[in-house]
Every structure is written in structure tokens, then in C-alpha cells.
Design a protein around this ligand. Structure first.
Ligand code: 5GP
Length: 192
């Protein structure tokens, strides 16, 4: 998506360790008009899928998913919560996710009443790196018996392995910007 790529070139900051900072428009200050256009693009890309629910993870996915919902017939947005510990009271689906940016594992939960068999889910997130966050969200859908209709990502870092692994497993994955390389010394970013 050219608009997103242009914005990444303009305001994205390449950090050491393969990290891209996009807090000027995506995950601290939010450009809601850009989010709206991204939602429209995902709706076009997933037009054939019978999506009735959007699943994301707090915090950065929430704004994107809520704007996108407007383009999916106001499908409810459910976000996985990062929990202090997994409460085994049976009312939640839970899993553990390794965080690329924080470099540690943390538990995430989704209330059982918000996801169930019969749901056709679009998973959305801001970044795809090694795929751990998405693996966690997929496993929560599996626990619920829900169908993953597709995965929409704002920025895929194609030089990390997550996207290829998920495509090989047959998921319909659409990234609006796919970075093939970036250099923290020159600030140069190359898209697929
Ligand atoms: P993964 O689980 O695919 O390894 O990493 C995805 C998650 O890590 C995303 O939810 C995002 O929050 C975070 N993340 C991964 N890479 C980056 C990055 O380059 N920049 C930022 N801001 N977040 C990232």
C-alpha cells in the first residue's frame, strides 16, 4: 500500500537490531485517516472471506482493528489482553507469547464469551516479525474452535521468518507494507 510505504519512509526510524519505530503515526500517535485507509485496503483484500469478528492484541493493534471494523460491517473487535498471570478459572482462553520488542514471554488471555466455534476471524496486528504474536492469536482461535479466515498486518519485516512460516501453513496473510531490508546507519528502507 503506497500510502503506508510513503509514510514509513517519511516518519519511520530504523533502530539497531531490526526494529522500526513508527510511533509518529502507528503505535503512539495515531493517524486515524491512514488507519481508515488501511482498513479499507484490508476489506478489499479479504472481500471474499465471511469475516464476523476481528481479533488483535493490546495495545497497538486495537486502534487499527477498531478503524478496520468500520469496513467489515462493524464486526466486533476482540483484543487479547496481556495478563499478569494465567487465571485457570476456565472462563478464558490463554496462551503465552514471546515478545520481540521486550524479549520476554508473557501470558495473554481472551474471555471465552467473546470467541467461539462458528466465529470467522480476521486477525490484525501492527507488525509481523518472527510470528510469535500471531502464533499466540491463532492458538487462541484454535482453542475456541473459531476459523481463522485471514491475517492482516500493517508492516511485515520480510527479513524475519514469521510471514514465510505462516504462508507455508496456508494462511491467507496480507501485509500492507512488506520491508525486505532496512539499514539503521543510513536509515534506508527497501520494500518488496
Ligand atoms: P513477532 O511476534 O512477529 O516476532 O513480533 C510482532 C510483535 O512485536 C508486534 O505485535 C509488535 O508489537 C512487535 N514488533 C515486532 N517488530 C517490531 C518493530 O520493528 N517495531 C515495533 N514498533 N514493534 C515491533
Amino acid at each position: 500500500m503506497k500510502e503506508l510505504e510513503d509514510r514509513i519512509r517519511k516518519d519511520g526510524i530504523v533502530k539497531a537490531g531490526g526494529v522500526l519505530k513508527v510511533d509518529a503515526f502507528l503505535n503512539h500517535q495515531c493517524d486515524t485517516q491512514l488507519f481508515d485507509h488501511m482498513g479499507a485496503e484490508w476489506a478489499r483484500l479479504f472481500a471474499d472471506a465471511p469475516i464476523n469478528k476481528i481479533l488483535t492484541i493490546e495495545a497497538s493493534g486495537i486502534g487499527l482493528a477498531c478503524m478496520a471494523s468500520r469496513h467489515f460491517g462493524n464486526a466486533p473487535v476482540v483484543f487479547a489482553k496481556k495478563a499478569q498471570s494465567i487465571n485457570l478459572d476456565g472462563e478464558q482462553y490463554s496462551t503465552t507469547i514471546y515478545s520481540f520488542t521486550k524479549q520476554r514471554e508473557f501470558p495473554v488471555i481472551v474471555g471465552r464469551r467473546f470467541l467461539s466455534e462458528g466465529d470467522h476471524v480476521l486477525i490484525l496486528d501492527d507488525f509481523l516479525a518472527n510470528g510469535c504474536a500471531l502464533e499466540g492469536l491463532i492458538s487462541i482461535c484454535e482453542s475456541a474452535g473459531a476459523t481463522v479466515e485471514g491475517i492482516g498486518i500493517a508492516i511485515e519485516k520480510g527479513f524475519q521468518s514469521g510471514g514465510d512460516k505462516l504462508r507455508q501453513r496456508g494462511y491467507h496473510l496480507e501485509s500492507l507494507a512488506r520491508i525486505v531490508s532496512m539499514d539503521d546507519e543510513t536509515g534506508q528502507i527497501e520494500f518488496a
